[in-house]
Design a protein around this ligand. Structure first.
Ligand SMILES: CC(C)(COP(=O)(O)OP(=O)(O)OC[C@H]1O[C@@H](n2cnc3c(N)ncnc32)[C@H](O)[C@@H]1OP(=O)(O)O)[C@@H](O)C(=O)NCCC(=O)NCCS
Length: 188
């Protein structure tokens, strides 16, 4: 059942979301959650909010359409019936390169702050792992996560990822450096 909601109030039930690869028609909703992510979690993404905001609409759209290549390169969204995206995660696998196509990468996991701790992040990551394993036939998945980001780190540990290294000063946000754990999950 879909409850009536204000835009900044999260749906209660995970079953009220459709988990699906984002499509070109989701572009405006994507811009909204991407802006939210770059403001609320600047340490998580390589892109900078001001840089992103100054891109032309066409550049933003071109960047977005790069991810319309399911199951190799896509953004999986947790989407309301209204089209609003409350969570998303990216997946990439360079299937054109025979030496690289055995591995995939998860990136850009983000759930709106008011929608967290309801299982959306877990469902998104689980679903991407399932696609990587059963549809793409990946052998392993890589990701990186800030060493201070215990919420996501714990989630990835629960999903079976392990740390294989640490990238020191992986990002610089203002004057602060962000170290990142490099994590891997072997699928076979
Ligand atoms: C990381 C992130 C995507 C997780 O999203 P989420 O939707 O809150 O994830 P979940 O709800 O599935 O899991 C988070 C926690 O809530 C718990 N939880 C899940 N469903 C729950 C429920 N119904 N009631 C209470 N707790 C619940 C989970 O057990 C988990 O706890 P744990 O990590 O201590 O085991 C989100 O915190 C986020 O967007 N963070 C900022 C961006 C970020 O750090 N991205 C990761 C980049 S690598």
């Amino acid at each position: 059942m879909i409850r009536l909601i204000a835009n900044n109030v999260c749906l209660d039930m995970l079953s009220n979301y459709e988990l699906r690869p984002l499509e070109i028609d989701d572009f405006n909703s994507f811009l909204e959650i991407q802006g939210d992510a770059l403001v609320n979690s600047p340490e998580v993404f390589g892109s900078d909010y001001h840089w992103f905001e100054h891109l032309s609409l066409l550049s933003k759209e071109l960047r977005f359409t790069k991810y319309m290549n399911y199951p190799y390169q896509f953004l999986l969204g947790a989407v309301r019936s209204t089209g609003q995206i409350d969570g998303m995660v990216g997946f990439s696998c360079d299937y054109t390169q025979s030496k690289l196509r055995h591995k995939g990468k998860i990136w850009g996991a983000y759930v709106r702050p008011e929608c967290r701790f309801k299982g959306i992040g877990t469902k998104l990551i689980e679903s991407v792992i399932e696609t990587a394993q059963n549809t793409v036939d990946c052998e392993l998945i890589h990701l990186s996560v800030s060493t201070s980001n215990s919420d996501s780190y714990n989630l990835y540990l629960r999903m079976g990822f392990t740390v294989y290294g640490t990238e020191l000063r992986a990002l610089k946000v203002g004057d602060e450096y962000v170290d990142e754990y490099l994590m891997v999950k072997f699928l076979r």
